[in-house]
Design a protein around this ligand. Sequence first.
Ligand code: GDP
Length: 365
Amino acid sequence: GFRCGIVGLPNVGKSTLFNALTETQAAQAANYPFCTIEPNVGQVAVPDDRLDKLAAIAASAKIIPTQLAFVDIAGLVRGASKGEGLGNQFLGNIREVDAIVHVLRCFENDDIQHVDNKVDPIADAETVETELMLADLESLEKRVPNLVKKAQQGDKEAKAAAGVLGRALDLLRDGKPARLVAPEGEDETRAFEQAQLLTAKPVLYVCNVNEDEAAAGNALSEKVFDKAAAEGAVAVVVSAAIEAEIATMAAEERGEFLAELGLEETGLARVIRAGYDLLHLITFFTVGPKEARAWTVEVGSRAPQAAGEIHSDFERGFIRAETIAYADYVALNGEAGARDAGKLRQEGKDYVVQDGDVLHFKFNV
Ligand code: GDP
């Protein structure tokens, strides 16, 4: 599955956020087929109103949301890129995630010490980014010259890698992240992906604000939004403290509490959805009387790949996918209505799954 790594300097609210994410999960644990394997990894349900609508139409006995994994990556300190032990482990953990959720302290509170004794989310973001850029820089300084040598000897793969990673190295020397590189062609794209550069991963900034600023944000979170916009990154405002409180509440209490704070939904829901978008993921559904369930695939996935999310046998023996668009399913009040109206399509192995598709797979065992 896909993983988002939560990073940030000490005392910015990472653990509070992670615990809120996983406690919400624990409160609904009965619904989930997977359990937490590692203590710092939480499987979190992706909120999706569409799933409830589909379940209501089909009178499904069970509702199973799709999930996204969040990893609490503690231990970033200045100098991590040079460091052994903890610093290395930290960078190794980041290498394994698909996207970075970067928590920035945007709350003032004299009782909670900041590592640099001042609350400055932009400076904090730069501290973390600098460590990641230095780590990438160091690894590319070693690799690119070797690739150039191999390319000169006629190695075609090395040539593509030397090209794209050479451009990444130039950017990093210029103090810019590798994600600004645009790989050209399949070979470069593959080489770039395989390099697993830390600064190539997409970033979501989470501005952690005080309780009374959760709805509107504050001057500090605004600065982070400007920074995100300039980088083509995404930012959300969250009060980790509030989220921690909400996580322990019963579902009935939540709505009222959120309304009092002027919020339409929890910050966590926004973080989860932003993470989902950041990773270019879409949802398809399987719906029946037993259960209505949401599944995750990458944008551009074909029907057999989607089938493979459910079971590898479904992918191997794929024949076709009976497909109903979400809007048709709802407008025509379910599968029978959609079929009668000619809105149930028979799609083959080249069909590119669309967000919201309700799929029923036909396969050979
Ligand atoms: P970490 O080191 O980044 O994991 O930070 P923690 O989650 O342990 O938070 C550090 C301290 O800040 C704790 O005392 C939290 O209770 C507090 N804290 C976290 N989020 C908020 C917030 O939104 N508002 C306020 N006032 N305090 C917070």
